[in-house]
Design a protein around this ligand. Structure first.
Ligand SMILES: [Zn+2]
Ligand SMILES: [Zn+2]
Length: 249
């Protein structure tokens, strides 16, 4: 039985290159026994991605579909060498959580030192919560530095199952290094499907195999424990709401 009860990195048709709706995603999540579903579509800078209004008009977004709690996040892109993101603070503030990542369609990145500095800059944004697919070999990073900073700030890295199965070939050793660093400094992580079609939701075999190969304790995988996962999401959500109306960063 899959021990993971939630998936925080799931795309819908709104992303422009994904093929399921929120309802289809929730239906599959339910079938697979997940109780928490996080929809995190790409931001406006991704070709075919939704405009900011998609995220702002969140009042219509379903919060519960049958037994599945549904959260509304975004996978925002780093768009430049200053770690700026493709959604403005007033929109990010309204979301339940924000995942940050690099994609070659948006920003090509630089040297290991530059990427590390840029990701640290993005992490310093209080509206950022999770770092996605950081093991991508196209964006070399100093894992020790970025993981330690994320852990110090209560933010988490994901181990992205799609990086082993579908995209970002060559991520495996880097993902292992990230997980080992998290292990050493006492942090937690999430496993994510990065589903672009509903049937991929809740599929974590490659990510879990990697974690078990380094004896990463199950207790420190956030989305194995419903209470811990909900606590993390509620804390991050409340924190955003409590920030000043015009945060400076
Ligand atoms: Zn995508
Ligand atoms: Zn991505």
């Amino acid at each position: 039985m899959n021990p993971v009860i939630g998936d925080l990195h799931v795309h819908t048709v709104a992303s422009g290159h994904a093929y399921s709706t929120v309802l289809e995603n929730a239906t599959v999540a339910l079938e697979k026994g997940l109780t928490v579903l996080g929809v995190a579509d790409h931001g406006p800078s991704m070709p075919g991605g939704p405009p900011a209004i998609y995220f702002e008009a969140r009042g219509h977004f379903p919060r519960q579909i049958e037994e599945v709690r549904v959260f509304f996040g975004a996978e925002v892109d780093i768009i430049d060498e200053n770690g700026n993101l493709d959604l403005p603070p007033h929109v990010l503030k309204k979301l339940d959580y924000a995942i940050v990542s690099f994609h070659p369609q948006v920003y090509s990145g630089g040297s290991r030192e530059e990427n590390t500095r840029i990701l640290l800059q993005a992490l310093s944004n209080p509206l950022v919560d999770i770092v996605a697919h950081a093991g991508n070999p196209r964006y070399p990073l100093d894992y020790r530095v970025v993981v330690r900073e994320a852990v110090a700030q209560g933010k988490i890295f994901e181990i992205n199952n799609s990086s082993f199965a579908v995209s970002r070939k060559g991520s495996s050793d880097n993902c292992r290094a990230i997980a080992q660093e998290i292990l050493h400094c006492g942090g937690e992580l999430v496993v994510s499907s990065d589903a672009h079609f509903c049937h991929e939701i809740g599929e974590y075999k490659h990510a879990l195999d990697l974690l078990s190969s380094i004896h990463f304790p199950c207790e420190r995988i956030l989305n194995v424990h419903e209470n811990r996962l909900l606590q993390f999401l509620e804390y991050r959500k409340e924190r955003k709401r409590s920030l000043s109306p015009s945060p400076v960063f």
